[in-house]
Design a protein around this ligand. Sequence first.
Ligand SMILES: [Zn+2]
Length: 475
Amino acid sequence: MADLPDKRTAFIDWYLAVVEAANLTDKRYGVKGMNVWTPYGFLARRHLDAVLVREIEATASQPVEFPTLIPANEFAKEKEHIKGFDAEVFWVTKGGLSDLDIPLVLRPTSETAIYPVFALWVRSHRDLPLNVYQIVNVFRYETKTTRPFLRVREIHFFEEHTCQVDEAAATDRVRSNLGAFRKMAEAFALPYLSIRRPDWDKFPGAFYSVAFDIPVGGARTLQIGSVHHYRDNFSAPYGIRYETAEGTQQLAHQTTFGLSERLLGAVVAVHGDEKGVVFPSSIAPYEVVIVPILSAQAGDAPLTAARALHARLKQSGRRVHLDAGDERPGAKFYRWELQGVPLRLDVGRREAEARVATAVDRLGRKSSVGFESVERDVAERLADFDRNLYERAQIAFREAFSVARSLDDLPGSDRVRLVGWCGREECGHRIETALDGALLGVPEEELPIPAGAVAGCVACGGTEGVRWALAGRPI
Ligand SMILES: [Zn+2]
């Protein structure tokens, strides 16, 4: 097989080639941007979803599932929202041979499916907070070039929707979501930035939006999720109100938290290298692959030993695969590297005799794993691998940013830029024009690199209200 394109100089070509070669998805389906989840890709997705479920449920959120179709009249209730999604929705206008009285929208996101029902569920202050989430597919008529996991028309989507007693409680929920995402991203070993989007780029209908961005090379950025504070922008048109302890009627304040299969794309984009995908053990379809090195001299010993190791690791709850096929060992090593398996155990004649397997992790580090202590040794190797993978990602993350001191200094860099910004929209657009990109907004947390005190707005030179902001080219 041919070498992969160079990740540094041809990121998109590399990404597409890696996703294809690792067999994570099949894009030959008959609708553009609607891809098939292969068994290997599906397993990665399932483990990724399990992390999302674990962390969101740790913050008192409950699972629900709402229908896929939304009546046109409900979809149209919040004006900014419909303006933002109008050009992206698929319509269902027929039921069998008859035209539907009320056309139906295939959900592009589920506010307008869920909120008419929230209006029925929320009656009293005792019903609040209401925190629910679902993991479903949503549909967006994407007109740009589609890319597996990054830009698709059928999106595997995580969405939390909440109702809170007031604006402050909703702000607390936003904070809680930011904390939950920190834990999710840690599990995926993904460094990222939480950035408050400028007003012109917030979610349609939101009071404000905080998005999570990662740099993906060449000054490009990828948004991997977002949290939104809605105030009562949706609860007013949908009538989500409750009776307070004092007996008055109040509108709920709402929040949402959205993530998607882009997270899987992000794992590929951030950790992948010249040999292929690299999965952190949290989501690897197989954490360990065992390869017996068969030969005439070795006889049955390597296979017997490999089977025993496989059984023990499986028994201890590891996701482990025994690759006993008749390919050459070199071909197997190559494939499992391409598919990103964190840890490989090789068992040849020497290993079978010494009762010690040769362990090779996906960062290329070799060690020995004793047969008698295989559960403990594998746990240690995987923990060490995850730690090193995270460190490698953090080093690359810090190298992906640089400060721009003037508009002239903005274009032509392969870094995501930190700029002084006074907060005015006019200056924001001047920055975007100079970069031919987007002003991503102001970080909610610490800067990715030490940048010192901010001198002035890179566009107008003004010092009033000036803060560090991030500017990049969204992929
Ligand atoms: Zn300015």
